[in-house]
Write a protein that binds this ligand. Structure first.
Ligand SMILES: [Zn+2]
Length: 325
């Protein structure tokens, strides 16, 4: 399996089988043998159809009757007088409920004919051409992690905002942004754990994105802009699952969620600039009005991705909800 694939890469992929399955890509059961002459595939023990199970698990009573458990497909499926049929080797004749299993097995085998010119080959059920590639696997994992409602991934993709913004929000929701407290918990000890923006509280992801007094000011402006009642408490998940963006219009909710994503992405960028600035530059960066940048960027990105609405600056600033009605 995996001809031409670097051994280390393959070992890494195999060791991650469970993790890959957990994001909804059914990887551990995705390989099966495509039958050619049937001379290398074990009839009962190997997976050789797209159902992803060896026949011994599908037909356990028949398997119990089999004398040679290791027999090959070509041992059990023979051409007799131009008809492909079973060449069984049972301990005793199937009876009772085992007859039903035998009928089921015949049904599975009906379309099977062995060839003399083709050998048995490994196939990968997750690719339409049956060929495994790391690229295809990576794209399936990526799609499942970032796709809407993916299990355990705490994210709803908003395709009116760029990939980099969605990834930033996904990382924030999964506590994977390198805040000072996150670095500290990984054994990288920063000089201080205090928030680079306010310098007053420990920097956690919740603090820097919406609890911090400086971040809070930006959120307040945003709620005023959209005419929304300021919530007493909210979290990143309220923006992701749109409980913070509930309106009578799905489009308005989506746009508002997009604005929230851009807002949090902008705060994180802003925070990074402060962290990497020299002492002389810091104060100037801290007094920048990033809210107007958020308004501009969200208009630019949403209007580029959602062309059916007439998004102009004036309407966007004065009555953003009305644009989508
Ligand atoms: Zn702060």
């Amino acid at each position: 399996m995996g001809t031409g694939l670097h051994k280390g890469v393959w070992a890494n992929i195999q060791s991650g089988n469970n993790d890959i399955d957990k994001v909804g890509v059914h990887f551990s059961t995705s390989f099966y043998q495509k039958i050619g002459n049937g001379n290398t595939v074990r009839f009962w023990e190997d997976v050789w159809n797209t159902h992803g199970l060896p026949l011994k698990h599908v037909f356990p009573r028949l398997y119990a009757l089999e004398i040679d458990k290791e027999c090959l497909v070509s041992d059990r499926w023979k051409l007799v007088n131009t008809v492909w049929s079973g060449n069984w080797n049972w301990r005793c004749e199937p009876r009772g409920r085992v007859i039903d299993e035998l009928a089921g097995l015949q049904h599975v085998l009906n379309s099977l004919s062995l060839t003399t010119c083709d050998i048995d080959k490994w196939q990968w059920s997750l690719a339409t051409n049956g060929k495994f590639t790391v690229h295809k696997l990576a794209s399936l994992i990526y799609r499942n992690i970032l796709g809407p409602f993916s299990i355990g991934c705490n994210h709803i993709w908003n395709n009116w905002t760029p990939i980099k913004v969605n990834i930033c929000i996904w990382r924030a929701a999964n506590n994977r942004l390198p805040t000072l407290s996150a670095l500290n918990s990984k054994g990288i000890i920063p000089a201080s754990l205090l928030c680079p923006l306010c310098d007053e509280a420990t920097e956690t992801i919740d603090h820097v994105l919406y609890e911090c007094i400086l971040a809070r000011r930006i959120w307040l402006k945003c709620w005023r802009w959209w005419g929304i009642v300021v919530p007493t408490y909210f979290s990143i998940k309220d923006t992701i699952f749109r409980s913070l963006a509930q309106t009578d219009s799905k489009l308005v909710s989506k746009a508002l969620q997009g604005v929230f994503y851009v807002l949090m992405w902008s705060i994180w960028k802003w925070r990074n600039r402060v962290v990497h600035a020299s002492n002389n530059e810091k104060d100037a960066i801290l007094i920048e009005d990033i809210f107007s940048q958020i308004q501009q960027l969200s208009l630019l990105w949403i209007s580029n991705r959602c062309k059916k609405f007439n998004l102009d600056w004036g309407r966007w600033i004065l009555a953003p909800k009305e644009v989508f009605r």
